[in-house]
Design a protein around this ligand. Sequence first.
Ligand code: MEV
Length: 313
Amino acid sequence: MAATAHACGKVILLGEHAVVYGVPALAVGIDRGARARASALDEGPSRLVIGGWNVSVRPDDSHDLARAFRALLDASSSTRPLTVDVEADLPPGGGLGCSAAIGVAIARVIEPHASAEAVQALAMAWERVFHGNPSGVDAAVAARGGCVLYRKGEALDTVRVRGPLQLCIGNSGLASSTKAMVDGLARLRERKHDLVERSFEAIRTLVSNARLAVEAGDRSTLGRLMDLNQMLLGGLFLSTPEIEHMCGLAREAGALGAKLTGAGGGGCTVALVPSRSTADAVLSAWRREGFDGFATNVAADVMAVPHESGAAP
Ligand code: MEV
């Protein structure tokens, strides 16, 4: 019997980019994510197949996905050859942690009994191939789900969500490269060190207040903090005209706050909404302007990612 595993996507509510420099980020896991299925092969080499993307690679191929697969296999204790089939329902380059969700799903299916920390470590071996030196927030949230305060190099801090958080996620239509955006900000920081550091310190304060707002169920404050975070991200040249337009449309339709989520430079926008009817209004406003989107709920106290498994391959 083949083993299967799931990992969730993530939405950073506040703190992206600053998190790379040690500032905490507030993030939530979402239902959409990636699913992996592993079957044992009689003989090697192993194979990674991503059906929807027309990808079928072996660890020694030169494709980035092959190199990432090899890095993950090398870091694991798995010795038997496998075929790993993956499906992802997140837009790649969309800021929703698609690559981390795939890495976590593969790690889980290969090592079904590994702890969340061990799964995260395997997924980081995969992530480094694409993102250079990621903060680890994507892999941490993909492995844990729920709402967390993530700080690079520290244990995850679980945030208790008071009352459901209703989010609309919209795709600006442009995929972006996390590595390129992170490298671009590093170059800006070299040239304008004080300006970037001041923005990071302001983001640190917003994140810490946002955590309190989530715990208190104060969604209006959380929305305002998201708007302020967006202003700072715009000042760091991480936003785009499409993202600004989407944020404006969401606020006009009744969203409590809206911002880019993830690396920026394209990718997705997240809007916090007070009700299902406002979610519908935001999604319609986006759709009228050609932006796809979906609504998602972060339920109170959801801490675990569904983690199914058959027999180990
Ligand atoms: C990407 O989802 C989030 C960034 O902060 C990069 C990282 O944390 O590695 C932009």
